[in-house]
Design a protein around this ligand. Structure first.
Ligand SMILES: [Fe+2]
Ligand SMILES: [Fe+2]
Length: 403
């Protein structure tokens, strides 16, 4: 049994005991001691523990804890607004007991504090809802809330990305600062209306494919990262990885890129070089961009080792590659192609579901499906990419198409 499992199991035991025994009772003190010891053991290896509780699943750091599939406290904690839980090394036994006591009371509907987010940084325990989690401080959470109703346009972002692609094409150099700035801006756009509306671009001319697709994959990668409780820094790395995953396409002749029908063998070989070309362009610019470079290289590799480029031996790809792979395929399927109509969001999600475990890593594809079914997508035209408030549910599983 891994220690996160032991710790959370013990946490559930304390909760159960709290219903039966008052503070100070030896039975209650003993399980509390044991649980606090489990917590200390876990904190010996890390400065801060992070758990998320999503739809009955427990996510520890970035992994779904499968052993806790039937642990009903995951649902109960989420039910009282604790969708994420962070504990750092400064936590004391008293803090821990207080947190459990408060949570137990909330679970019985006896909460004194009805605030949606309770901040207990001073005590080493923080918890709240996932939607508000930026992985940073509460101040960052408040900043997110403050921007939640501003109108926002993706126009500048679209222009910046078009400029970035042209710049890479003509100079062979990636303008790193601009790429990072675009990602920060997209992160704001993601929160510009309500948490539930996700702004994505809609393709009109196939020439714009790399721009719209890169934007969308960046937004989707940050959205799923945020949903899973990743930290602010990790989210930016995911955003940059999504934005740059197809960068290698700037090296592919335009006539091949925009070709309406199928490729010849030779064309397909050229096309399949874009992951390697992209990784090279990114690494040439800055070795610190290791993760986006790895993602560019690996984003067409499937969970079962299929796809391209072929590895000499089967090995796991980076988690960010597996995450971006899900977003990449979703956006590609929902995009109109000369040879087929755009799939509806629901059809694309069903496809991801069907291929989870073979093509896609379920650790990312399943929460992605859950998240996309819960959110509305606002499809914005490249010419007029204003995020508006008219984000009412559309016909297709919450899609809103803006003309
Ligand atoms: Fe690609
Ligand atoms: Fe792609």
């Amino acid at each position: 049994m891994s220690s996160p499992v032991k710790f959370l199991t013990s946490l559930g035991q304390v909760m159960a005991t709290m219903g039966l025994y008052n503070p100070g009772h030896p039975a209650r003190e003993r399980v509390l001691d044991e649980s606090f010891q489990e917590l200390q053991d876990l904190l010996a290896d890390t400065e801060r523990l992070k758990f998320s509780f999503i739809g009955g699943d427990v996510v520890h750091e970035r992994r779904v804890v499968r052993e806790l599939k039937d642990w009903d406290w995951a649902t109960r904690l989420a039910g009282v607004g604790i969708e994420r839980l962070e504990i750092d090394t400064t936590v004391t036994r008293e803090d821990y007991e207080q947190f459990l006591h408060d949570t137990f009371q909330r679970s019985r509907g006896e909460a004194m504090d009805t605030a949606e987010v309770r901040h207990m940084r001073a005590t080493g325990i923080r918890y709240g809802t996932l939607a508000l989690d930026t992985g940073e401080s509460l101040e960052a959470t408040e900043a997110t809330l403050a921007t939640a109703t501003i109108a926002y346009s993706l126009r500048d972002d679209v222009e910046a990305i078009q400029w970035m692609h042209n710049h890479v094409q003509s100079t062979g150099e990636l303008p790193l600062l601009e790429a990072e700035t675009v990602v920060r801006s997209l992160a704001i756009a993601m929160h510009s209306q309500s948490e539930i509306i996700l702004p994505l671009l809609q393709l009109k001319e196939f020439d714009q494919y790399t721009t719209t697709h890169s934007t969308n994959v960046s937004v989707l990668a940050m959205a799923i990262g945020e949903y899973l409780g990743f930290s602010g820094r990790e989210l930016r790395v995911l955003g940059v990885s999504g934005l740059l995953h197809d960068l290698g396409k700037v090296k592919i002749p335009r006539e091949i890129l925009i070709k309406p029908g199928g490729f010849t063998d030779e064309e397909f070989t050229i096309m399949k070089a874009h992951p390697k070309e992209g990784a090279k362009l990114i690494l040439d610019r800055d070795v610190r961009l290791e993760v986006p470079a790895v993602v560019a290289y690996e984003h067409h590799i499937m969970l079962n080792g299929g796809g391209y480029p072929a590895f000499h031996f089967v090995r796991d790809t980076h988690y960010a590659s597996r995450l971006v792979h899900v977003c990449d395929v979703y956006d590609a399927l929902c995009t109109h192609r000369p040879y087929r109509d755009a799939w509806t969001s629901e059809k694309a999600l069903s496809y991801l579901e069907e291929k989870s475990g073979t093509d896609f890593d379920p650790v990312f594809s399943l929460p992605f499906i859950k998240m996309m079914r819960a959110r509305q997508v606002q499809r914005l035209s490249v010419e007029n990419p204003e995020v508006t408030e008219s984000g009412a549910a559309g016909q297709d599983g919450g899609w809103v198409e803006k003309k």
